[in-house]
Design a protein around this ligand. Structure first.
Ligand code: PLP
Ligand code: TYF
Length: 394
């Protein structure tokens, strides 16, 4: 049987991680996988998380199973963080999942079970795992225009134009904030226009929010998600705790599904419980437990918020420094978009050949579409990177 299987395409970002590890040049720079790194190049455990772990070790009495959909305290804390109380709790259904990716998968399972013939709309471009999971699920998918390669910002007219093709019941995936891979985001007015258009079309918004707190701030980054949640009878949300709590390997994510009313929500909840049971039974507890402790304890929460804020402002600082260094190197303003973008990523605009040259000649690793992880850049490497980018002809 196993010999009947076919080879599968690898994840380009994870393949790049392997190439970086295998490179023994001491000055190599990793701008690949989206993992936060501090000025020393480390991905530290946040103090608030470490302190929660200490308390948990002292207090935890059992390792028995949690519930199929995880712990109610986690659902409440996460829905408050993401939705800020804008939706009545009797319209909310949850599933704690292994990471945000698990939430995306369970949402696609739900779409498949509903069997309404919905097409899933993705931004062009988007995170590679979106089309990959949807394809694996056998669901129809298509893209909407999103990014303008010239201005390096959202092609909003193009986006609205393509979303006019959405049919009633289609699912439209939007990045809640900090768009991966472009770093270009909707402003508040644009969110409102997208919401109105999708409402008119009878679409179901699906927000993937994996970087809340990395863009303009914890509350600011939830603006679009909350706006949609207030307007739509039905909405799907996949939230990840990997980045903003720095607990990547603990695999904490959540599905938040908004149904039109309490009765429908009960059925949605039953389906989410069913899907967790089919796919993995009980979710892993540790990461979600830490998140719940951090979000519900005043001291831990304050500590975490301060740490998250310093991660955010650190990346903003690097963005400004790099835009400035590239202005000096290129004698033009054409890299100003780097300071306008938000989140971990920007595409610097290098061709695949230039990306290869950066890797081979300068030991600078970025994804093939020239996506850079901003957190991989330090004050020390800003001038090296700026020089190399211009040298390869970007
Ligand atoms: N969605 C987007 C856009 C992402 O970039 C990520 C990656 O980290 C995720 C979801 C989910 O990540 P995880 O499964 O590690 O929580
Ligand atoms: O885009 C990124 O780099 C992050 C991390 O299969 C990631 O979202 C990358 C690839 C992958 C899972 C996570």
């Amino acid at each position: 049987m196993l010999t009947s299987l076919h080879a599968q395409p690898e994840d380009k970002i994870l393949a790049l991680m392997g190439m970086f590890r295998a490179d023994d040049r001491p000055n190599k720079i990793d701008l690949g996988v989206g993992v936060y790194k501090n000025a020393e190049g480390q991905t530290p455990i946040m103090h608030a998380v470490k302190n929660a772990e200490k308390q948990l070790w002292e207090q935890e009495q059992t390792k028995s199973y949690t519930g199929l959909i995880g712990d109610a305290g986690y659902h409440k804390a996460m829905s408050e963080m993401v939705l800020g109380g804008v939706v009545d709790s009797d319209r909310l259904a949850f599933a704690h999942t292994p990471g945000g990716t698990g939430a995306i998968r369970q949402i696609m399972e739900l779409v498949k079970m509903a069997d309404t013939g919905a097409t899933v709309w993705l931004s062009d471009p988007t995170w590679a795992n979106h089309p990959s999971i949807i394809k694996h699920m056998g669901l129809p998918q298509t893209t909407y225009t999103y990014f303008d390669n010239e201005t390096r910002s959202v092609n909003f007219d193009g986006m609205m134009d393509s979303l006019k093709g959405v049919k009633s019941g289609d699912v439209v995936l939007l990045h809640g904030c900090c768009h991966n891979p472009t770093g270009a985001n909707l402003n508040n007015e644009q969110w409102a226009l997208v919401a109105d258009l999708l409402l008119e079309k009878g679409a179901i918004p699906f927000v993937d929010i994996a970087y809340q707190g990395f863009g303009d701030g914890l509350e600011e980054d939830a603006y679009g998600t909350r706006l949609l949640a207030q307007k739509f009878p039905e909405m799907l949300i996949a939230a990840s705790c990997s980045k903003n709590f720095g607990i990547y390997r603990e695999r904490a994510g959540i599905v938040i599904a908004i149904s039109p009313d309490a009765a429908a929500s009960k059925i949605t909840q039953a389906n989410l419980s069913y899907l967790n049971r089919q796919n993995f039974s009980f979710p892993p507890d540790h990461g979600a437990r830490l998140v719940t402790m951090v979000l519900t304890d005043d001291t831990l929460r304050a500590e975490w918020k301060a740490e998250l804020e310093s991660v955010r402002t650190g990346m903003l600082n690097i963005r400004q420094m790099l835009a400035e260094a590239l202005r000096a190197e290129s004698g033009s303003d054409r890299f100003g978009f780097l300071a306008e973008h938000r989140g971990m990523f920007s595409r610097v605009g290098a061709t695949p050949e230039q990306v290869q040259k950066l890797r081979e000649d300068h030991a600078i690793y970025m994804v093939g579409d020239s996506r850079m992880n901003i957190a991989g850049i330090t004050e020390k490497t800003v001038p090296i990177l700026a020089k190399a980018i211009i040298e390869v002809g970007v």
